[in-house]
Write a protein that binds this ligand. Sequence first.
Ligand code: FES
Ligand code: FE
Length: 331
Amino acid sequence: MSDAPLVAAARDGWTAVARSDALDAGPVGSTVLGEPVVVARLGDEVVALPDRCGHRGAPLSGGDVRPAPDGRPCLVCPYHGLHHDASGAAVHLPARPTGRLPRRLDREPWPVRERHGLVWVSLSSEPVGEPPPWSAFDRDDVVRFQLEPELWEVAPGRIVENFNDLAHFPFVHAETFGDASSPDVADITVESDAATIRHRIEMSQLDRQTLDGPLVPIDVTYSYVHQFPFATELEIRFDDDRTEWIQMTVAPVDDDRALVFQQNARNFDLDGDLAAWAAFQQAVNDEDHGLLGALRPRRARPDCADLHEIALAVDDFTIAYRRRWAQLLVG
Ligand code: FES
Ligand code: FE
């Protein structure tokens, strides 16, 4: 049994492929489920096309955005300068500006959305649902940052399960925010429907946002909303006035690798050092990354009774996640 059905589920939904601000510097290439994808901002439109020129197969993500002779913004191939407009049509070849271009050079665009600081693509012409409603990132009363997307040699499902796992905080994150003096995990409330898994818990962590912050424990409430299969928003309520949101999603490159996107927003310490806050989050993620890379088997499996893994009472999210995943196997 493989996790291929889980990864394939991403084909019908939405996958983050780039930070919105990255498109300001030019086209961005990515790989989703083995498919090379390029996204580019052409004027007011963001487009997603196969990242392979129809002439000699050059990656269009290596090119740039320039106007065609008629002024339309185009994605220009880096090899011979073939111009593609926002519909994916090949409209101009500088070496033969008046010649006719075969229609087979046209690239079929994929559905694309730009939401909450990220660009999302669907590999289905009829995508299911919408990208997650991460509106906390756009609020007027918050400060925010986005980490650089990072390629992890870790199965996508493992990364999702870890982001939704609380029992590891006092161990994996003892050097950053985990409260090693309070490893007990209270009962977790889990609610599931076809599209989401929500879980909520109160737990102790260290009340810090930077690596040199105080080592003072605080009871916080974690509320997770996971949008199946690969996007989760975590709301951390420190007290009545202070809330942080952490939004994490992975783009499945293939069954064993994922591009990890993460962005944070908070409604407190608005004048704080954002770079120090981002460095703190990066240190937390590095702790997860190191541990996840060492898990065996490398891929999680939907059957919790698998001989290699035994579910525990703290695994409520993972049990719900794998149950949803197992349903994919039976259709
Ligand atoms: Fe793209 Fe030649 S390979 S124009
Ligand atoms: Fe972690």
